[in-house]
Structures are given as C-alpha cells and as structure tokens.
Design a binder for this molecule. Sequence first.
Ligand SMILES: [Zn+2]
Ligand SMILES: [Zn+2]
Length: 110
Amino acid sequence: MKFCEKDGNLLVVKQKKSGRTVLVCRKCGREYKQSGEKLILSETMHEPKKGIVVMGKDEMSSELPSTKIVCPNCENDEAFWWMQQTRTADEPPTLFYRCKKCGYSWRSYG
Ligand SMILES: [Zn+2]
Ligand SMILES: [Zn+2]
C-alpha cells in the first residue's frame, strides 16, 4: 500500500499506453513510479513554465523561443534563448543565447 505524499490518499495502479505501470492518486492525479520501496514523483507531472525552457545547452535548439539580440561572434541580430539552472536551486537560472546564424552560444550576465 502506497499513499500520496501530497494528500495522503491511497494510490491506485494504472497502466500507461507505453505498458509501464504507475501509481496514481485518485484525488489529485499525481503520478508516482515505483523504484524498489521508494516512491519517486513521476517527471510527467512537472508542467513546464510558460516561456521558459530548461534544457541542456547541447540539445537541439529548433523549438526554442528566439529574440532580437546581437551575436557577439558574427553580429547577426537574432538568437534562440533558454534558461538553465547552473548550480544550486537557490540561485536564479542563467539566461543563455544561441545565435541563429552561426550557432554561437553565450550567457547573459544580468
Ligand atoms: Zn494526491
Ligand atoms: Zn552568430
């Protein structure tokens, strides 16, 4: 028997389309996956914040938002941007840019 960490309701087993089974709270809909005896909150429940994309800097940039900013490398005036948590969660995430033209990446200081 497992219980929801948020509201203490009994979790029920549910099979996903992928065939994977998860534990779901019938009250709040929170999903958990089982890893041994430890309950891990499923990543699928984390809704991405609007307008903020958190990703590694080496991932594809085709779906990133873009903005007007001058590239320090080739002086093109449009670049993709994303936020990235660099160190601890206490610090604000760093703003990164990637030039649409040459692919040069840099971070915003302020
Ligand atoms: Zn719940
Ligand atoms: Zn550039």
